[in-house]
Design a protein around this ligand. Sequence first.
Ligand code: TRP
Length: 453
Amino acid sequence: MVRETWATRVGFILAAVGSAVGLGNIWRFPFITGQEGGSAFLLVYLAFIALIGFPALLVEFVVGRRTELNPVGALQELGSGAWRYVGYLFVVTGFIILSYYSVVAGWFLRYTVIGVTDGYTASAASPDAAEALFGSVATGLDSLLFHALFMVLVVAIIAAGIRSGIEVAVKVMVPAIIVLLIGLAAYGFTLDASAEAYAYYLSPDFGVIAENWTSILPAAAGQAFFTLSLGMGVMITYASYLGEDRNLAEDAGIIVGLDTAIAVIVGFVVFPFLFAAGLTPGDGGAGEIFVSLTAAFAEIPAGRVIGTVFFAMVGIAALSSAISILEVLASYLMDEFGVDRVPAAAGLGVAVFVLGVPVTVDLVFLDLLDLFADSILLVLGALLLALFVGWVASDAAREELEIGIGDLGGLGEAWIWVVRIPVVVVVAVSLYLGVVEYAEFLTEDFADWLAAR
Ligand code: TRP
């Protein structure tokens, strides 16, 4: 079997951007920026993206392009001893993340449909009504059906392959996301509350950062990894389909720039909506985007249309992320076991669907899986890969990066040292914090839930 490659450079870049742009950009990023110091936080975050996220993205890219293999095969080829097994961690992580990601994505599809069939006025009556609507969407038969529908879409794209599946899909989806977002932001600008909303979002508050830097720095670092889809081999897999040798640093720069720009624009969309409806941004949490935004859509002019477009846009962003996860799993089965693409995609889709079913029954399983995958598995994967590439395979990595760029001189060495120390330290601290957080969840919220059974 000849391994497929991207048809165009644009296809590769858009696929990576599609993976990177997802719920992290839409929910987490604007809200942490608003709460953690506005444009002052933005500066800290941009520094982390450039100093930590960008070098770490290059790490995954060189591993993928060098081996032209899925993450399991890639680590087996490059590594020796225990390093040979790190790829399995990525596969396990991908399985878990996709199972709940699909359930949450299904909610966005459901809310899009609600916009078409009923509108969001049901949420306007009271916060309780909005909560009740969310409850009926998030669990039960509706949730199960839309989880299934979303997985069917993901499987269909992956089954069609790199060029006629992923590449065609992202060439439609990523421009669609950008156009819809800019349109929504322009609409937000016309609302009376926009000035107040922008002030909340961007007014620099260095005081917040000075007071809370011990929690803000790791949060900014964690978000930098999460938003670039690092830590589970997505970028290894996508780079493994690069047939020719291009300038990986340039590609990574474009991807990071687009992902960040989109995250920033989202803030210009959600805050005007919330402020226009007299709502103040809350702490986030699984249901909040649905509860507060549907309440806002019930209030603002043309809210039904705007809301439907917004939820559809998020659904598209989730789809372009989800396909990258299934591709990691599928490439593993194809490379290592010679399974054909269509049965690999379909079989994995069914397995992921089944794993996600408990989430549609009780949201405690969402926290259980999400916290574990997000704050432990992804970070652990990123840490092991940074240690491996920085300390064990650094010569091969530097050589690979120079292919397509030319002699990097001291810059190549600088990159390796950034990976060796700052990236490793930042990720190790994040991992520590993630373990503490998960232990708290297990001993508190989850223990309470079990006790109530
Ligand atoms: N980058 C995605 C976002 O911002 C989330 C994400 C993290 C992800 N790791 C991933 C997506 C791996 C796909 C694959 O929402």
